[in-house]
Design a protein around this ligand. Structure first.
Ligand code: ZN
Length: 413
């Protein structure tokens, strides 16, 4: 069995190190403080007996658990990120441990009257009787993704301590800067050398994700003609009115606030304008590649249609692809999902397969040649003061890692 207190101790030793990333930085890692945890992880990996422990110039940590079976097993990997979100205070994290949770509201901070409500956050109720780790209301918890790191480290230690459990070669990878979208950018897939991997970066217990959005950004520039308003008749072209026409001609209900599940959307994320020029920034999201391409075309077509009503090319559109649905890369290797599902069932966790309405590092890695679905790490309410994680979910995630290692070896016997 995975020892509960050891999970808590390890988790707290990681979350009390500030590793917040910074989107305005151009270096990797984006903040120097991320080195502190990277180095700690590398030395802990060496200490527990992992081999090929490396930490590169950009703080990516990798290590190997050598195979303990004679037959050939594909090399698999487990990955999580050690940076935390720049969206909320991440310094001076003071966790609270609530044992035998009673299912009611949790007072995070009495002085500031900050309460984790079990009515509002009703996911909490399923953890009645468990041990919940919360914040003190002044910071995030950084279970995203130090829960994932804790689980991978604990699973490796467990496999080293229990050599009777058969497994092939396992690689682990810890990355900086996931929260600013760059976790996969400098990940050396060749050096990692795994046939497939799993990011331990999902939320609630049971989550298993291999579908995410196809994503693009569109910058729509509308050009007008500024003339003195008193002499503007038949001369002025107000870019802001053309921009409004453009906005209104996109389907009004295909927006984030009106869609869910696998429904895609256009999201007007920013607009700035005056008579001369209006710039609209959209993000385009769709799980279906065909629909995604059609959305991009629709933006182009609308621009030319609206422009045809004016004299010249009054609208220019720039579309930049951001990331793609990993489903395209996972479907040809569905056995890697089956192994994860079977591992969950073997440790009494009901798999929840659902599409992610966002992206993951695993999506980028999948397109870099390392198929990489995402597994729950157990936390909830990421990136804010209501973040919490049940210790039992971390235990289960650790057991899932151990089981995946075992089942992969068994499957190739
Ligand atoms: Zn994360």
């Amino acid at each position: 069995m995975i020892n509960k207190q050891r999970i808590i101790d390890r988790f707290i030793s990681y979350i009390t190190i500030d590793t917040q990333s910074d989107p305005h930085s151009t270096t990797t890692p984006s903040t120097d403080k991320q080195w502190v945890l990277a180095q700690k992880l590398a030395s802990e990996l060496k200490e527990m007996g992992m081999t090929e422990v490396s930490i590169d110039d950009h703080a990516y940590v990798m290590a190997t658990l050598p195979a303990n079976v004679p037959h050939k097993v594909p090399v698999i990997g487990f990955i999580s990120h050690f940076d935390t979100s720049p969206d909320f205070n991440a310094t001076n994290i003071k966790p609270q441990i609530i044992e035998n949770y009673d299912g009611n509201d949790i007072i995070l901070n009495k002085e500031k009257n900050i309460i984790l409500s079990s009515e509002y956050f009703d996911d909490l109720k399923q953890y009645k009787g468990q041990t919940i780790i919360t914040t003190d209301g002044t910071s995030l918890l950084s279970a995203d993704d130090k829960a994932g790191i804790t689980e991978i480290m604990t699973a490796m230690k467990y496999l080293l301590d229990n050599p009777e459990i058969p497994h092939g070669k396992i690689r682990v990878g810890f990355t900086p800067d996931e929260e600013i979208g760059r976790g996969a950018h400098k990940f050396d897939v060749e050096k990692f050398g795994a046939e497939w991997a799993y990011t331990m970066d999902g939320s609630q217990i049971g989550e298993l994700e291999f579908e995410n959005f196809n994503a693009a950004k569109a910058i729509v520039k509308v050009n007008g003609k500024g003339v003195h308003p008193g002499y503007a008749k038949d001369k002025m072209v107000n870019s802001q009115y053309i921009a409004v026409d453009f906005i209104n001609s996109l389907p009004r209900l295909e927006t984030p606030e009106h869609t869910e599940g696998r429904q895609g959307f256009f999201h007007l994320s920013d607009m700035k304008g005056d008579v001369e020029e209006t710039v609209l920034e959209y993000i385009i999201r769709d799980h279906d590649l065909g629909h995604f391409e059609a959305r991009k075309e629709m933006i182009q077509d609308l621009a030319s249609e609206i422009c045809s009503q004016y004299e010249n090319d009054c609208i220019s559109v720039e579309i930049i692809d951001q990331y793609f649905n990993m489903k395209e890369k996972i479907e040809p290797v569905m056995h890697i999902i089956e192994i994860a599902e079977n591992a969950m069932k073997a440790v009494n966790v009901e798999p929840i397969l659902k599409p992610i309405r966002g992206g993951t590092d695993g999506a980028q890695l999948s397109y870099m040649g390392l198929p990489c679905p995402n597994i729950f790490a157990g936390g909830h309410n990421f990136h804010g003061k209501y973040e919490y994680v049940p210790v039992e979910s971390m235990q289960k995630a650790t057991e899932v890692i151990v089981k995946i290692a075992e089942l992969t070896s068994e499957n190739y016997k």
